[in-house]
Design a protein around this ligand. Sequence first.
Ligand SMILES: [Zn+2]
Length: 121
Amino acid sequence: MGHYCRLCGRTRANEKFTGKGHQTHVCRDCAKMPKEACNAIEWEAEIFGFLKQSHISDKNVRRLQTLSGSGDARIAELALIVIEVAKVKPYKRRRLKMLARERGDLLEALEKTGLIEAHHC
Ligand SMILES: [Zn+2]
């Protein structure tokens, strides 16, 4: 039986986790990462999570606005794209079709950044 690491997403052997790591679901390797990289992974997961939701709320958008001010360029970019998606089509239903029709640029941004994957699961 392994244990799930929420940062790298792998299920790893129990010995790859410290006692504290078990509680926080962070494996030894990820625990050694610099804090910035660690935050970025969490923020990215958070941004993907918003796209997976059936609806991106105003509260989510405020959170995205905070993330768009992140010092991490990729996180800021992802956040800005999702803010734009939320403006155009906050509901997930038919979102990709609608974007394909009206906002090809935004759809392309979702594809380029990999954010589109959030729509496939
Ligand atoms: Zn890990």
